[in-house]
Ligand binder design. Structure first.
Ligand code: PAF
Length: 283
């Protein structure tokens, strides 16, 4: 089966309607392209969950700050199409920015406090941009299910929240973070890393694992020390500025997690011009 491509909202609606008329269910995998194994694993997971897998490819200008990498964000649509054909996706929705944000578009989805902490504190407006575009994609495609990677853990929580708050009739699923053999979480932005930086990058995951191990074996004091020393230890390892490395509640991302069983360690750190994010569960 070949991949069908839609460039406009009308086209994707027509294509989805045809599948629905055949009684088929639809799962959406929203992406910004430059697809890697993390995305492809979500596509495979989506195929197990619905008859038709629709992937959206849209580098969303509204989720980039003025000094961020919107212009340089990797764009490689032809390669993405080849990967999607190989993995058996059925529909690709690849609209232009004008299609999504026509002249005069001014509505946005603001999810409140959850969007202002951690990533939201360091990337003001990021989650409003994400929530707005994902709301639009969900209303354009109207899938039964939509699937997002745990790599962007806070994003996943933000999406679950506005889908609930706005009563959008879609089931949100998540897929585990896919990692390189040395532990580095896959990300389209890893393409920015120099050869030297690429060698340094996996340290973040190993360091986070050390903290997670200390936490789960009850060595709270040791975990606290590692967290306190994190800016220095990461600097020694070759990283630049640490935006955050924090232990939070997995359910609410609040700091009051002391009595909670489910905790998550979340981090964002700069390595040269690349900002790496990662998170792991405390088991
Ligand atoms: O995770 C991403 O790639 C993006 O934030 C998303 C969910 C596709 C929205 O633009």
């Amino acid at each position: 089966m070949t991949l069908e491509i839609a460039r406009t909202i009308n086209q994707i609606r027509e294509k989805v309607a045809l599948k629905r008329n055949e009684g088929k269910t639809v799962a959406l995998v929203p992406t910004m392209g430059s697809l890697h194994e993390g995305h492809l694993s979500l596509v495979r997971q989506a195929a197990e969950q619905a008859d038709i897998v629709c992937v959206s490819l849209f580098v969303n200008p509204r989720q980039f700050g003025p000094d961020e990498d919107f212009d340089t964000y990797p764009r490689e649509e032809e390669k993405d199409i080849a990967k999607l054909e190989k993995v058996g996706a059925h529909l690709l929705f690849a609209p232009t920015p004008e299609e999504i944000y026509p002249q005069g578009h001014s509505t946005s989805v603001d999810i409140g406090a959850l969007g202002t902490i951690l990533e939201g504190e360091h990337r003001p407006g990021f989650f409003t941009g994400v929530a707005t575009v994902v709301t639009k994609l969900l209303l354009q495609v109207m899938p039964d299910k939509a699937i997002f990677g745990e790599k962007d853990y806070q994003q996943l929580m933000v999406i679950r929240k506005f889908v609930r708050d706005l009563n959008i009739p879609v089931e949100i699923l998540s897929g585990e973070t896919v990692r390189e053999a040395d532990g580095l979480a896959l990300s389209s932005r890893n393409a920015y890393l120099s050869a030297e930086e690429r060698k340094v990058a996996p340290f973040l995951h190993h360091f986070m694992q050390d903290i997670a191990k200390a936490c789960s074996s009850g060595e709270t004091q040791q975990a606290r020390e590692l967290l306190n020393k994190a800016p220095d230890l990461l600097k020694e390892a070759g990283f630049d500025k640490l935006d955050y490395l924090e232990l939070r509640s997995s359910e609410t991302l609040s700091q009051d997690h002391d009595n909670e069983e489910n905790r998550r360690l979340l981090a964002a750190v700069w390595l040269g011009k690349t900002r790496l994010i990662d998170n792991i569960a405390i088991l």
